[in-house]
Write a protein that binds this ligand. Structure first.
Ligand code: ADP
Ligand code: MG
Ligand code: ZN
Length: 735
């Protein structure tokens, strides 16, 4: 019975997801989270930025009877969310001090008559007496608390009013709560549960890995030149450049403008009006790049930020991860570049001079983690996830350290020495202490604990005299899971389960040499291309350009950010499948019926005209099917061909025969995607022969290959050449 009910719920949810939001699939835990809250249970959601938390309360709000209250800390954030929901055809409003009396009355009457589904409200407004009285008269389904980490003093955005939320909710009535956040150390999680009196609530924590983000760190040399070149290589894309000081923000914004980049500054020193209008210009794509201090960002839900650059080294990895997290929220390209110099670290240390002892200690720890992250040669993603308490087994293959590794060494004795030292010192010391011990470095604690009596004392010197070598090795062993960090005591390393096993049965472990940014060369233009992988696509570029221009125009008319109309992934899909009717348009991921009706017409007209003018044979069912099933290998081939990689190379990388790759290419072309193989064909078939084969296909009765082989009998034309030319022929004439 319960199962049956669940099945009904699930079918409806999936249907609603498509119908309203236009998505065909739930992401990660979204579905179970939604079921949980629909069953009236308190729910706690921890997901990284961009993972899709909003949907976890928006969809259940729509299928529940009554109004859902969404508590959110920032007015700017509310407006943005309400705009996006309205674009989907949903009745959502916000209640805050910026509303006129008339607007306020309208919100209240919509709420009372049941037509309003979501009401966004800041905690300050929630505590107001008359708002409270009114909410008591409304039927409420559940309460969503967004950015729930604001409840905790241990988080990084503590908001005292957030601590009063629970009392107020109780006052309104017993309501299920869903709390959501992207930052959650175990300490903050505990605080949230306690404060909201939902210790029993089920927690849904998803991995913090952001697969589409490319992490990269470069030496901070010739930084202005590097910056300009990088942004030029990303021309027309949205990006954020973070700087530490207001002065640098102004300078860099100016520098970019002089170099023809549409950039605007943002920092707390600007008056509120300028800040607001610069932020809007960024959201509305009137400027491409925002140069900002960390004052910019919270609540900026722009999904198509393509790069985040740290011009200066940030103060903590927490900050770095949040800021880089603003890139590629829509799951498409997101490049995170940081410029590193030790001078920046020294500058940051100076800032801490006037702090209290504990504050200074904390700040120094955070900064040390930042230095380690920057200089270690280990996969960036493994480092970041390890920092946030997640173990990631393999190198990711998609960060600078994976793409261009520093020197690697296989060691075994070194690992044994370190693990032994940790054990012999009873797992109560940090990496520095262990390194001192191994290198017999003068350190009062080593002596006072009589660690100079241990058998491992000074033993490291026989392998490597450098203390830094050992510190780095210890850090790497933490990332690889041999050692574990003690949660209660900062910096202390303990033997992990894997480490204990290792001591019984050791084997060689690969360690990476640290970066030496002082000596590293400034990266070349080619290095830019590693991260700037923007030309990896299978869509019709000309059409996409037109669609984007139209989106911008419509957005301007409606006074909305362009991504509220349609997001980039949806536009790319349109430029691949050419929808020319409302039904086809509604098939596009991210486009529900609401959006089709609100914005569809002009886009459908544009695509129809384009298809007609360019005589595009859309072969609807084939194309749509092929995009859904486009297997990984096909996408890979399309991307590589776009980058003009030779088919031989593709075959080699994918461990396929050339004939297999050609066969895949044939499938791709037959299902309607245009591929230009000229670069390769010109390389492997001489012009004259190309002409002969091409002419043959022009006049032949059939494009059958064996017939062609017979026809060219004796002329040493290979089957592969024929098939390549047939692809060229078909792409040019049929597609
Ligand atoms: P968060 O609040 O977790 O930072 P958002 O709720 O703002 O993230 O969502 C980030 C992006 O993911 C949005 O652009 C949203 O449209 C998209 N998204 C959410 N759920 C889905 C889904 N099931 N399928 C496709 N895209 C989704
Ligand atoms: Mg959010
Ligand atoms: Zn990596």
């Amino acid at each position: 019975m319960v199962q049956q009910v669940e099945k009904v719920i699930n079918d409806t949810l999936k249907g609603k997801l498509k119908e309203i939001f236009g998505y065909s699939q739930f992401r990660g835990d979204q579905e179970v989270i939604i079921q949980n809250i629909l069953l009236g249970k308190n729910t706690f959601v921890i997901m990284p930025t961009g993972a899709g938390k909003s949907l976890c309360y928006q969809l259940p709000a729509l299928v529940s009877e009554g109004l859902t209250i969404v508590i959110s800390p920032l007015i700017a954030l509310m407006k943005n969310q309400v705009d996006q929901l309205t674009a989907f055809g949903i009745n959502a409003q916000f209640l805050n001090s910026t509303l006129t009396k008339a607007e306020m009355t309208r919100v209240k009457s919509d709420a009372l008559d049941g037509s309003l589904k979501l009401l966004y409200i800041a905690p300050e407004s929630l505590t107001k007496e008359d708002n409270l009285d009114f909410l008591k008269r409304v039927k409420i389904s559940f309460v969503a608390i967004d950015e729930a980490h604001c409840i905790s003093e241990w988080g990084h955005d503590f908001r005292p009013e957030y601590r009063r939320i629970y009392g107020i909710i109780e006052n309104i009535g017993r309501l299920p709560i869903i709390a959501l956040t992207a930052t959650a150390t175990p300490k903050v999680q505990q605080d949230i549960r306690k404060n909201l009196q939902m210790e029993e609530a089920e927690t849904f924590k998803s991995s913090f890995n952001r697969k589409n983000l490319y992490y990269e760190i470069r030496p901070k040399k010739d930084v202005k030149k590097q910056l300009i070149r990088y942004i030029r290589n990303n021309k027309g894309k949205s990006g954020i450049v973070y700087c530490l000081s207001r002065k640098t923000v102004e300078e860099v914004a100016e520098l970019l403008n002089v170099n023809d980049v549409r950039a605007l500054p943002y920092h707390a020193g600007l008056d509120a009006g300028t800040r607001m209008s610069n932020q809007d210009a960024f959201l509305n794509e009137e400027c491409d790049v925002i140069v900002a201090t960390i004052a910019f960002g919270m609540g900026i839900d722009k999904p198509d930020v393509r790069f985040v650059i740290h011009y200066d080294v940030p103060k903590s990895l927490e900050g770095y991860y949040q800021e880089t997290g603003r890139a590629g929220r829509d799951g498409l390209e997101g490049n995170c570049l940081m410029f590193y110099s030790y001078e920046d670290i020294q500058k940051l240390e100076k800032f801490n001079k006037d702090k209290t002892v504990t504050e200074r200690d904390n700040a120094r720890h955070l900064l040390n983690e930042m230095v380690a992250y920057s200089t270690l040669g280990v996969c960036r993603r493994r480092q970041l996830l390890s920092y946030f308490g997640e173990y990631f087994e393999k190198d990711c293959g998609y960060c600078d350290n994976c793409k261009k590794p520093t020197e690697k060494v296989k060691v075994q004795e070194d690992v044994i020495l370190i693990l032994k030292s940790v054990m012999l010192t009873e797992q109560r010391f940090d990496a520095d202490h262990i390194a001192d011990l191994l290198t017999a470095t003068d350190n009062q604690y080593v002596k006072s604990y009589e660690h100079d009596q241990l058998e491992v004392y000074g033993k490291g010197l026989e392998i490597n005299e450098l203390r830094e070598y050992w510190v780095s090795a210890i850090r790497q062993l933490v990332i690889f899971g041999y050692l574990e960090k003690d949660i209660e005591n900062y910096g202390i390393v303990k033997l992990g389960e894997k480490g204990a096993k290792y001591l019984n049965d050791p084997y060689p472990v690969t360690l990476h040499k640290d970066h030496n940014f002082e000596e590293e060369e400034v990266k070349s233009e080619d290095d830019d291309k590693d991260s700037v992988n923007g030309n990896a696509h299978a869509y019709d570029e000309a059409l996409l350009g037109m669609l984007k221009a139209l989106r911008k125009k419509v957005a301007k008319e409606k006074n909305l950010p362009p991504y509220v109309i349609f997001q980039d992934p949806s536009m790319e899909e349109m430029a691949t499948t050419y929808p020319t009717t409302q039904q086809e348009m509604a098939q596009i991921n991210g486009v529900g019926m609401g959006k089709v009706q609100k914005f569809g017409r002009q886009f459908i007209e544009l695509i129809s005209r384009y298809v007609e003018e360019n005589e595009i044979e859309t072969a609807k069912d084939v194309v749509i099917k092929s995009t859904v099933n486009k297997s990984k290998i096909k996408i890979f081939i399309i991307q590589q061909v776009d980058r003009k990689v030779s088919l031989d190379e593709i075959a080699e990388v994918k461990d396929l025969a050339l004939a297999d790759v050609i066969e895949e290419v044939e499938h791709i072309c037959y299902s309607g995607t245009k591929l230009n193989l000229d670069y390769y064909i010109n390389q492997v078939i001489d012009r004259e022969r190309q002409r002969d084969i091409y002419d043959y296909f022009m006049t032949a009765e059939t494009d059958n290959i064996s017939t062609a082989l017979n026809e060219f009998d004796g002329e040493e034309v290979s089957e592969e050449e024929l098939r390549l030319m047939r692809i060229k022929f078909l792409s040019e004439l049929a597609n």
